[in-house]
Write a protein that binds this ligand. Sequence first.
Ligand SMILES: C[S@@+](CC[C@H](N)C(=O)[O-])C[C@H]1O[C@@H](n2cnc3c(N)ncnc32)[C@H](O)[C@@H]1O
Length: 293
Amino acid sequence: MSKIMKFEQYADFAAAEWKRAMSESEHFSLEKCTDAEMTAVWDKMAPSYDLGVGSDFRRVGHAIERLAKLGAFDPDTIALDIGSGTGAYALKLADKCRTVYALDSSAGMLEILAEKARRLGLNNVMTIQADWKTVNLDELPGRFDIVVSSLNTGIKDYETLVKMNSVSRGFCCYVAPQGRTYHSSRPDLQKIVFGRELRAAGGNDIIHPFNIIYGMGYRPELTYAPCQWSKEETPEEALEAVCREYGRYKTIDEALRERLRDYIMANLNERGLFTQFQKSTVGIMIWDTRLVQ
Ligand SMILES: C[S@@+](CC[C@H](N)C(=O)[O-])C[C@H]1O[C@@H](n2cnc3c(N)ncnc32)[C@H](O)[C@@H]1O
């Protein structure tokens, strides 16, 4: 095969690379649950989401600052946040936009988002419960000036990324991890559940969607923000959370549950709580969909 690739072929090459990286990233490829089961997992995670990654707003402030610098906001701006979760972006965007639509497949996440909007007195945030993979675009309220997707496992391939791009009449902002993520207990827990650490091959790294968007002829900017959280849970809460997480891969029988409980009990802090800590960097990619070569 020739080593010289035509630029027009680059997006296809990048799409294939993303697929390969996903299939080699066991954290994704070993998941056995259906989309509906995964939505149920997000529903259960919703009440504690803001204790973990949802507690670090630096990535949100950073993205909004970059969008503002690029001139993305005016009083008529309509935004869509795909995979909004509990509203990290949607609720902050609401201060700068006429209307923000928060789309998520998890009713549990959207309930929390709507309650937070009520408490903040925001009446310009609308929720849409839908799966991004299957939602009929004709059912959305038109196209949007800003379309955001952050840490959204619903946009993890070429098709869903192109779908995101297609609903924007202005800017898109895609946020995903960059490089390796450190997690205080994940390696130990993986050894208990799988007998080994899972292979990480950067399936969710920002480089893959970046290469596709670049290959499609856009000129995305890519900047970075730190993302770090630490949470303490009672042993019972921690065990439930760990079983939920690893239940995505295999059935947690009594024996495995006991081993996970033993690990948690052996690692409680001085207040009798189980601490989890995660440190990563996210890439924040923003492109103007009107500027294409
Ligand atoms: C890690 S959370 C991110 C939440 C928020 N965007 C943030 O940055 O904190 C991922 C969210 O994506 C949602 N999600 C996953 N797959 C989805 C899909 N196919 N369609 C819509 N939402 C999806 C989940 O329900 C969850 O709320």
